[in-house]
Write a protein that binds this ligand. Structure first.
Ligand code: GMT
Length: 377
């Protein structure tokens, strides 16, 4: 199949899922065209089956806001015609489903039917999409998509609760490539650069937005390090980072917390980690938790949104109510205190991650694409 994928090119989960999906589709012989405003961060490699087309929005003094949707839908029309693309898969409803629908309508005028699959990822529904300023357009574009998927059952339920949806929503969970070769062309970071041998390595990875409850991450770690030697790896960047550094200074733990910023060494850092913290306010799925589990790292998370569908309580880690820092710290210590217990949780985390192996999930998308194409046959 010739497939166009529209996504955010940044470190966010939806862009990562879209990129990994496209790369695996290409490995399976499909021709994949990524269409977005810059090359997706995980898209290191372009080849005969992997193409990237940049959406350029020229500046003009009259525009207070650059009309990205307009440029995206025009680019989609041009690329579909040029490469004879058979299907469009948009990740994150805003504004991708809206721009995709416009492209579809323009192509229809020229006698071309373009099936469109929309995947809902989370904040496009729970935080941003639900805002009255966007709601009518988001509802419209979900209802006009040929097939809609959500990354968890929780997100599906939330979408049906918040929007007037008359379209079916199918759940296809996010996935992970297991047994990845953690090879790096750059100089790799070593465990010894992160922690001493007797210290446990605890990690948090996110975009440091409010929804991630970064202060809870620091407070949980603060309690853990009072009981056992440990270091905290804070990976990622975003609006809450500066406040987090301040809180570490206030709690007197700055020398035990390393802030990495955005990193391409995520797998390596995780492979040295003993525990992953994800106390988010809400999380439609929690891809970062799955990435940790796939490298044998147990997860301490909140129990909100889709997290219970990924992190199994008492098996791959523990779940607690949002904001319950004492419970999260206590559960973390239950895992970390004893080498044998830690080893068991590590094994179970990896075993749980296997359920989300890309090799099991990808055929679900292939089947769905064929179904979308058949609508217009
Ligand atoms: O808000 C984020 O964390 C980023 C956001 C995105 O657009 O990438 O993540 C959402 O999509 C991910 C991939 O499906 C999910 O794993 C995250 O749980 C979800 N984030 C939230 O629901 C807060």
């Amino acid at each position: 199949m010739k497939i166009a994928i529209v996504c955010y090119p940044t470190f966010g989960g939806s862009g990562v899922v879209a990129t990994e999906l496209g790369l695996e589709l290409a490995r399976r012989g499909h021709e994949v065209h990524f269409i977005t405003y810059s090359q997706p961060v995980r898209l290191a490699l372009l080849n005969a089956n992997v193409h990237y087309h940049e959406v350029h929005v020229p500046e003009y003094p009259l525009f207070h806001y650059q009309p990205y949707e307009l440029a995206l839908s025009s680019k989609l029309v041009d690329m579909v015609k040029l490469y004879k693309i058979e299907l469009l898969h948009v990740h994150y409803a805003i504004p991708h489903a809206y721009a995709g629908y416009m492209a579809k309508q323009m192509l229809k005028e020229e006698g071309i039917d373009l099936p469109m699959v929309t995947t809902l990822h989370g904040t496009d529904i729970t935080l941003v999409g639900n805002h009255p300023f966007y709601k009518p357009a988001v509802t419209f574009s979900i209802n006009k998509s040929d097939i809609v998927t959500s990354v968890s059952k929780s997100l599906k339920d939330e979408t049906l609760k918040l929007f007037q949806i008359d379209n079916e929503i199918e759940v296809i969970p996010n996935f992970i490539e297991l047994n990845k070769d953690i090879d790096s062309t750059s100089i790799p970071c070593y465990r010894s650069a992160m922690a001493k041998d007797n210290e446990r390595v605890i990690t948090h990875i996110s975009n440091f937005r409010k929804v991630k409850r970064i202060p809870d991450v620091i407070k949980i770690f603060h309690k853990i390090q009072q009981q056992i030697p440990a270091k905290l790896m804070m990976v990622g960047d975003g609006p809450e980072k500066e406040k987090a550094e301040k809180l570490c200074r206030k709690l007197g733990i700055s020398d035990q917390v390393i802030f990495f910023g955005n990193s391409n060494e995520i797998d390596r850092i995780l492979s040295y980690s003993d525990l992953f913290l994800l106390p988010s306010e809400t999380e439609s799925f929690g891809l970062a938790a799955l990435e940790a589990m796939a490298l044998g790292v147990p997860v301490i998370s909140s129990n909100s949104g889709g997290l219970p569908e990924v992190n199994f309580d008492g098996v791959s880690g523990y779940l607690s109510p949002v904001g319950d820092v004492p419970a999260m710290a206590e559960n973390a210590l239950k895992i970390l205190r004893d080498d044998q217990v830690l080893a068991t949780f590590k094994n179970k985390a990896l075993e749980t991650a296997r359920q989300f192996d890309i090799q099991n999930i990808l055929p679900l998308y292939e089947e769905l694409y064929l179904r979308a194409i058949s609508i217009y046959m």
